[in-house]
Design a protein. Sequence first.
Length: 102
Amino acid sequence: MSLNDTKIRNLKSCAKAFKVSDSQGLYLLVNPGSSRLWFLKYRINRKESRLSLGAYPDVSLSDARQQRDGIRKLLVQKITQHNNAPLKEPLRCQKKPSSLLH
């Protein structure tokens, strides 16, 4: 379900914080004090991370989506560059495979 400005403005805060997702990892965290914060959730090497993009309405929905797209492009470039980078040290073989001795 993608968001629009009308849906965001009509969100009511509850006793607990809750998330409303947009797409591709972008979501809006609605806090009990009626503050609304944009976050981008992403994974690198199976580790989940999140990045704060700012508060709504200071950062609009279209701005948050543009930031999301730019960050996703950077993440893909960094991952690709990291995978193609030459090794700093040559791989070394162990002299004795200690796990096989026991």
